[in-house]
Write a protein that binds this ligand. Structure first.
Ligand code: CA
Length: 216
């Protein structure tokens, strides 16, 4: 697995690189946008970790180079960059991680994104529910279930993060691709509808003060 790390702060770039190499990944490091663009055009990577504020070409602009390649991207954003992660997701990033982060979290996100893409899954199946990712058709015990676009996206996020307590903020931002303002009703209502439509009242758990977890 070849991972491109685009991060202009040498210490952070080095830290990510060393830890990923320890896990057996091969890493290429880029410290500015122009070099990154050149590497993306010339080589194939399995994943790109992309900082936003970069000399030369910034992370958003680099997405123009990345998108045609179909390579998955995890944005690295600063905590102060409130709208960064939303913009990143809208531009097609698969996930984001907020600086300063723990290496354990980074590794978990890297693994999750690679697993998702490696399998290039077309169909998911769980508790009698089958989901066709291409046609976006959902069936429960063979019978069609009508889900709205957001309910469907929410379901996919829950399944991809199964057994993980997902923060409301993360879940909301991954699905709605807009900033979570702390207004929880939209998300909570969608979760309730999803539970009801799928009969998953016992499977989608509310995690006190955090958010939700799909228990498998
Ligand atoms: Ca930076």
């Amino acid at each position: 697995m070849d991972i491109l790390i685009v991060e202009d702060e040498p210490a952070i770039n080095h830290l990510i690189c060393v830890n990923l190499q320890d896990e057996g990944y091969s890493c290429t490091c880029a410290f500015d946008g122009h070099h990154a663009a050149e590497l993306i055009e010339k080589n194939h990577y399995d994943l790109i970790l992309l900082d936003i504020m970069l000399p030369g070409i910034n992370g958003y602009e680099l997405m123009e180079y990345v998108r045609p390649t179909g390579v998955p991207v995890i944005f690295i954003t600063a905590r102060t960059g409130l709208n960064d992660r939303i913009k990143g997701l809208k531009l097609g990033a698969d996930d984001y991680i907020v600086k300063p982060f723990q290496i354990g979290e980074l590794l978990a996100r890297v693994e999750a994104v690679l697993r998702r893409f490696g399998k290039s899954e077309k169909r998911l199946e769980l508790y009698g529910v089958t989901i066709d990712l291409e046609s976006r058709e959902v069936r429960k015990d063979g019978k069609p279930v009508e889900l709205t676009v957001k309910e469907f996206d929410l379901l996919i996020q829950l399944i991809r993060n199964k057994n993980v307590a997902l923060q409301r903020r993360r879940l909301y931002e991954l699905v709605w691709k807009e900033e979570f303002t702390g207004e929880t009703r939209t998300l909570d209502t969608h979760i309730q509808r999803l539970r009801k439509k799928l009969g998953w009242e016992d499977h989608i758990k509310t995690v006190f003060r955090i958010g939700y977890r799909l228990e498998v």
